[in-house]
Write a protein that binds this ligand. Structure first.
Ligand code: HPA
Length: 246
């Protein structure tokens, strides 16, 4: 059984260096995940891969079935999850292409199903979410970047926005005043759902663009995708380096 699940984000719908063993269509009590689970081998170990937005990148952030994705990975044996995420850079040094391993998150999403703990409960459950990311998994990702001489930011606050539109400049100013360094649309409820199922979860973020109002250039999908291609090449190397350390 593969203990590591990798959730791919925008720009990472496949892992070119993953040796694919098989694809498994799964159902969960929460509905269908974003696609079949890919069982593969990377860095000498078996891993599970699931692209958050589907293999054809067709599921927008607010429509992702986060519960089904997390449940399916856990059901298939995953005990640790590395979530890859494209983000906008808010802090001045969060420039396109940079790799960030966040340590905090603020949830600005709304109307997403955000818990497993809502029906048929024997008692109300509140998870401790003081530290939303797993410390050990974060350290493995950081050490892997350093071993590869890849520049990485250790610690940042991730703002999870609703999307699918990008933010206004004023919204980004507010997120900055709140203490956010990077912004993305998928960090929540994914991280909290993983904690509810007691999975170790950490995010490997790639800055795709300067956030709204932070650059003179208009934000386009083409620009975001171009920046991501370079960043995701680094992510593939980081994952291959990290997996044997897990
Ligand atoms: N905002 C929100 N999500 C994002 C961005 C952004 O600027 N870039 C990539 N994902």
């Amino acid at each position: 059984m593969s203990e590591l699940g990798i959730i791919g984000g925008t720009g990472l719908t496949n892992l070119e260096n993953l040796e694919i063993l098989n694809r498994e269509i799964v159902q969960t009590p929460y509905g269908e995940p974003s696609g079949p689970l890919t069982h593969g081998r990377l860095g000498g170990k078996e891993v599970l891969f699931l692209p958050r937005h589907g293999y054809g990148h067709t599921i927008p952030p607010h429509k992702v079935n986060y519960r089904a994705n997390i449940y399916a990975l856990r059901d298939a044996g995953a005990r640790q999850i590395v979530a890859v995420a494209a983000v906008g850079g808010i802090r001045v040094d969060m420039l396109p292409g940079r790799i960030v391993v966040p340590d905090q998150i603020i949830d600005y999403t709304w109307s997403r199903v955000n818990t497993f703990f809502e029906e048929g409960l024997s008692h109300v459950t509140h998870i401790d979410f003081t530290e939303p990311y797993d410390a050990g998994l974060r350290q493995v990702l950081l050490a892997s970047c350093r071993a590869l001489d890849i520049d990485v930011v250790d610690g940042a606050t991730y703002a999870a926005t609703q999307g699918p539109r990008l933010e206004t400049a004023a919204e980004i100013d507010r997120l900055e005043r709140d203490g956010c360094d990077i912004v993305g649309m998928t960090g929540m409820p994914e991280a909290a759902l993983a904690r509810e199922l007691e999975l170790a979860y950490a995010t490997l973020a790639v800055v795709a663009n300067e956030a709204a109002g932070r650059s003179a250039q208009p934000l386009t999908m083409e620009m975001i995708e171009q920046n991501l291609n370079a960043g995701m090449a680094k992510v593939r190397r980081i994952l291959a380096e990290a997996i044997p350390r897990l």
